[in-house]
Design a binder for this molecule. Sequence first.
Ligand SMILES: *Cc1c(COP(=O)(O)O)cnc(C)c1O
Length: 390
Amino acid sequence: MIASVLPTYNRAPLSFTLGEGSWLTTDDGRRFLDLGAGIAVNALGHAHPALVAALTEQAQRVWHVSNLYRIPQQQALADALVANTFADSVFFTNSGTEAAELAIKMVRKYWHDRGEDRPTILSFEGAFHGRSTGAIAAAGSEKLTHGFGPLMPGFKVLPWGDHDALDAALDESVAAVMIEPVQGEGGIRPLPDPCLKGLRAACDRTGALLVLDEVQCGMGRTGRLFAHEWSGVAPDIMMVAKGIGGGFPLGAVLTTEAAGAPMSAGTHGSTYGGNPLACSVGLKVMEIIADPAFLAEVTRKAGLLRQKLEGLVAEHPDTYTEVRGLGLMLGLQCRLPNTDVTAAARDAGLLVVPAADNVIRLLPALNIPDEDLAEAVIRLGQAASAMTQA
Ligand SMILES: *Cc1c(COP(=O)(O)O)cnc(C)c1O
């Protein structure tokens, strides 16, 4: 008999009843140090007092109104995003997948309105843009697409890091290039700054739009508000979600005026997107994370964690082989199977998230205390010892 919850997840045998900062407590009273943060969602940890206050204050006023009306909280969050990024305009969604869908629609509408036939969006192996029909077609991997054909046409998936393949593919038939500045599900693979610069220049040569998926690497995760800022170039369109809601479902598409203007009244919509609850929380998250002093702290903590992880790899080469990533978006490539390492870490009271390329992801809350970072590395060491002694 099928489970009452559709069995699309292999779930760990844990359920949490309380979250405080970077710690989660189970129903039977065990405490876990959370370095997964709901997969980069709980960017300010669990139950951050300022977010709890923002949510509960708004909850006592009005939860939901339709986008048929003006929503001041949505307006305020859009203004904050526009003031702090490349963007001129923002559309709010409830998830990263919805943001990816809109980004794809925007690219198509942009070229439609210019009267040019540009059927192809270039994307990259190892990408993850969500689970909708459009998003799985964009990523293209067998793992995501198997059994779900016919796939939505209009994507060409290129090898990661193959400049010649990109040069050959990027012609006047290309509407846009879609890429994560740091691949998350793909195994924490950062796109080097010169590559993002080169990609921007290549797009400019043919007019193709540059679409960045910062759903996982954005919102302060790498130590800048958005990861592309490290390279000094800006996209035309950007998807955001995960951290922007700090745990409340919220996503967004940020766009330049040129790429956004074709989306006139009636071309797109969302019942829940940009609702007062989500935007009240999102505004508070933005206020905290966009502060340069906060971002500097992320970079300092990231340096600390990275240094400790390098030590861990040196000490446990039979378990861990390499540290990679940017800011507090770090991956540990494993010699032993990453799912076994994830389970061993769990046994040591530490939550991490597996990714492709036999990597475990460390995506702590951006405000995690230094002592919790130190404790996490101790527990990764304990996990390694337990595995190699077993
Ligand atoms: C998680 C993720 C998505 C999908 O977001 P959902 O909120 O799960 O729909 C898209 N792109 C990237 C890079 C992600 O990490």
